[in-house]
Design a protein around this ligand. Sequence first.
Ligand SMILES: [Zn+2]
Length: 134
Amino acid sequence: MNWMIKEAESALGMFPFAIRKPYFLVLDRKRFGYYLKDSPLLLSIEETPSFVAHLPDSELVCLCSEIINNLTKNKNKNYKIKFVRAIIMHELFHIRNMHMALTEDEALKSEKEVHSQLRREFPGLANVLSSINK
Ligand SMILES: [Zn+2]
């Protein structure tokens, strides 16, 4: 199993709230960008290592291995693991909130909310994401 999927499953096990069951998918840069083509996230794709698609029958969390590796390129494996856990927890909060962010404004608002939730529940992981660029 891809190590990112393994960390994602383990983060899911630590998430303290009940949510619809998500599936995890690791995509290459090309397909990841293609899936984001109608999303405001495409505007900042290099800072977007993951996103969640609220599908009718499930939640699909997509990770981009190239963007994750790029954002953590000077970091050790332990840091990369924490980074993946942090972005997964971030996406799990999106699933819990279930806000549809169709405009850039809504997307920003939804990001802010998730960020404060992550900080409240997992301050250590929130710090990992802040240290990258947000
Ligand atoms: Zn987000």
